[in-house]
Design a protein around this ligand. Sequence first.
Ligand code: NAP
Length: 245
Amino acid sequence: MLRVLVLGGTTEASRLAQALAQAGVDGIFSYAGRTSVPIAQPLPTRVGGFGGVAGLQAYLQTERITHVVDATHPFAAQMSSHAVQACAAVGIPLLALERPAWQAHSGDVWQHVPDIAAAVQALPATPARVFLAIGRQHLAPFLACAQHWYLLRLVDPVLDLPTERGHVVLDRGPFTLEGDRALLHAHGISHVVSKNSGGAGAQAKLTAARERGLPVILIDRPPVPARQTVGTINDVCLWLGCAGS
Ligand code: NAP
């Protein structure tokens, strides 16, 4: 009898939950709890950390989980690493649903950087108007560069900025090209900083930046341990043996 733990937080995880619910698969959806009102799921949902690898191991056993699907954000490397370790320790199969990283197109002005610190360093010494599309964590090192003005797009109103320092837009993806074109134009953005999250929901800003010839500082994904990985929800369903073709 299948009982699937879906580690969520992405659009793909929500789509997977839909597919599993439609197929009548018994499962639990897990959120980190990074937003105050997470998107409702058609599976029973839990919110918050498990308490490290040991906590996840205990959870898998207590809940009699038979399969784990890691559909977390590509930058949620700690959760992914914990899932690899905990599943190996208790002998539960793990599959990662991973979206490909974004690739540059003709006309893109991308600078790839390995991490947040390098992204801060990549900004110019002179004042810039920066669309900082990296979520709520790791804003501090950017804001410490007082010469720049920042446009932040956040799900929750976790901070405010004085108008001379920036502007906060409250919004949740997927984002449209029209909307991101308008944002870059309205705020006179000169640079975009983004994680290389991949996927369609947050890609519009890259297209809008290309159209305006704006430089994009793109933060590489953190490394995660080797695990079995697929790219589509259909592949996950095939792996679970519950549907797909
Ligand atoms: P993380 O650094 O990999 O995880 C930190 C801890 O959060 C984990 O060790 C785990 O706590 C808990 N956690 C993470 N995902 C969980 C889940 N699905 N269910 C239950 N607990 C979970 O990940 P993060 O801090 O959430 O995010 C890291 C980066 O990923 C952020 O900078 C953000 O840009 C990006 N991101 C994450 C999400 C998301 O939903 N997590 C969504 C969009 C973007 P325990 O060790 O206690 O189990």
